[in-house]
Write a protein that binds this ligand. Structure first.
Ligand SMILES: [Zn+2]
Length: 85
């Protein structure tokens, strides 16, 4: 087994039986953690992509084009109201 594949954190493994009857592992890079709101910790609706895949999508697909993109809608609404006062 390749040395980098031994990490169980970075690589997911599934056991596959080949057509010839051999048991082999297939390796898949594990997904990064969910994006969470900076204030309440709620899960955000953002793509969970590897760094190489994020580079391929548009910037507008990575985050919302509004104020406080790091907050969930409820928290950003409160933050906007606090700004107005
Ligand atoms: Zn929030």
């Amino acid at each position: 087994m390749r040395r980098q594949l031994r990490s169980r954190v970075a690589w997911k493994r599934t056991r596959i039986v080949t057509p010839g009857g051999r048991n082999v592992f297939h390796f898949k890079k594990s997904r990064p953690a969910f994006h969470v709101c900076g204030q309440c910790g709620a899960k955000l609706n953002r793509p969970r992509l590897l760094r190489t895949e994020i580079r391929k999508i548009r910037k507008t697909e990575r985050r919302p084009e509004r104020r406080f993109p790091e907050l969930c809608p409820a928290c950003s609404r409160l933050a906007l109201k606090a700004r107005v006062k």
